[in-house]
Design a protein around this ligand. Structure first.
Ligand code: NAD
Ligand code: MG
Length: 390
């Protein structure tokens, strides 16, 4: 029996995780569920899964949740705050942590889980983008099992040899091919991007996701963050990772070997597949995902990414090459810019402009510990907000 904490249980990844967990009551028990402030969804999840703890960040939501849990006679203790997020990750009763909070807020609890040696199902790519070396050092030091949940990285993990230790050369790996759908604006005339709305940006052709990652997909910053994520997970350099636009989202990524073999993982675009893989690894379990019908897919296309249309992708590669705090600066500026776009304060093409200006403004420093990362994150947010006049 695996006892699981799900960080961000009310989100897209969180609810997909619970869907898989519910199919296998003999394998998984929910230890803790967490959310920012979605009381209704979290309460319903507590009724269904009877976790030991439920954590909320928003004070008003905590009070309401306590009332409802008491009235319903549930045995769930309601906790609040960032410290509580860490507490439900490091508790001796936890075997695995699904890291599915969105953005920089996921970093602290995910890192705490790594330091405590828990099995980590990593959806929160921002943890690796911001603090890749700190996090990977913690994983290695504690012996955590790290399972990538991002569909591309899960695909690469599956296509790499079992026991891959981060040395591409000794394993005969030549390149990693990271597929991208190209998002909703792949074919939008460039002049039209100025007027696209948050609703259009969030209407992804193939995947249903949270709003932040949906905008990232539309700008291809998501793929940029994933290049950095792949760098840390698989110890691959910027030149070893090639982005391939594949609009059907059936091939979730590929690994090219020196003998000319290319191994891919395919499936319907449904996050329950990588989630089930991570939950049961090294076994395979039913995920609820329909079988892939290749006759229905019929054909698959591949094109090179358009760096002029999607400047965020180039900015991410540049930040990876600059190393140190550059990816943390990129991530923080992106979070501020995306929020401003979602709030209709800036136009879509302003997102990369804000990020580029912040990257040019701030010095890149070496990352020795978490404080270096948090400092860069704070500085970049200030610089980005200053540009937005806030
Ligand atoms: P989402 O917006 O649907 O859900 C986010 C969750 O985090 C919610 O439960 C929310 O309550 C919680 N949360 C938000 N802000 C918080 C804060 N400040 N403190 C604590 N909790 C907070 O997001 P999502 O689409 O499920 O994505 C979650 C993570 O998984 C992201 O890092 C994303 O990049 C990654 N990811 C998502 C998908 C996908 O298909 N949705 C695929 C790959 C990777
Ligand atoms: Mg992905």
């Amino acid at each position: 029996m695996q006892n699981i904490t799900i960080l961000g249980s009310t989100g897209s990844i969180g609810t997909s995780t619970l869907d898989v967990v519910e199919r296998h009551p003999e394998r998984f028990r929910v230890f803790a569920l967490t959310a920012y402030r979605q009381v209704d969804v979290l309460f319903e999840q507590c009724v269904r899964f009877q976790p030991k703890y439920a954590v909320l960040l928003d004070a008003a939501a905590v009070a309401e949740m306590r009332d409802r849990v008491r009235a319903a006679g549930l045995n769930t203790e309601v906790l609040s705050g960032v410290d509580a997020l860490e507490q439900v990750c490091v508790d001796a009763g936890v075997d695995a942590v699904m890291a599915a909070i969105v953005g920089a807020a996921g970093l602290r609890p995910t890192l705490a889980a790594a330091r405590a040696g828990k099995k980590i199902l990593l959806a929160n790519k921002e943890t690796l983008v911001m603090a890749g070396n700190v996090f990977m050092d913690a994983v290695r030091a504690s012996g955590s099992a790290l399972l990538p949940i991002d569909s591309e990285h899960n695909a690469i993990f599956q296509a790499l040899p079992r026991g891959y230790d981060g040395n591409m050369q000794t394993h005969g790996v030549r390149r990693i091919l990271l597929t991208a759908s190209g998002g909703p604006f792949r074919d939008t005339p460039l002049s039209g991007l100025q007027n696209v709305t948050p609703e259009q940006a969030c209407a992804h052709p193939n995947w249903v996701m949270g709003r932040k990652i949906s905008v990232d997909s539309a700008s291809m910053m998501n793929k940029g963050l994933e290049v950095i994520e792949a760098h840390w997970l698989f110890n691959a350099g910027a030149d070893d990772i090639q982005v391939l636009v594949h609009p059907q989202s059936v091939i979730h990524s590929l690994v090219e070997y020196v003998d000319g073999s290319v191994l891919a993982q395919l499936g319907n675009p449904d996050m329950r597949t990588p989630i089930a893989y991570g939950l049961a690894y090294p076994e395979r379990i039913d995920s609820g995902v329909a079988a892939l019908d290749l006759l229905k897919v019929a054909s698959m296309d591949f094109v090179a990414p358009d760096f002029a249309r999607f400047p965020c992708l180039g900015l991410a590669y540049a930040a990876l090459r600059a190393a140190g705090t550059a990816p943390a600066i990129l991530n923080a500026a992106n979070e501020v810019a995306v929020e401003a776009f979602l709030n209709k304060q800036i136009a879509f093409p302003a997102i990369p402009q804000v990020i580029e200006t912040v990257l040019n403004q701030l010095p890149v420093c070496a990352v020795h510990d978490l404080d270096d990362v948090l400092e860069a994150d704070a500085q970049a947010r200030l610089a980005a907000r200053a540009q937005l006049g806030r």
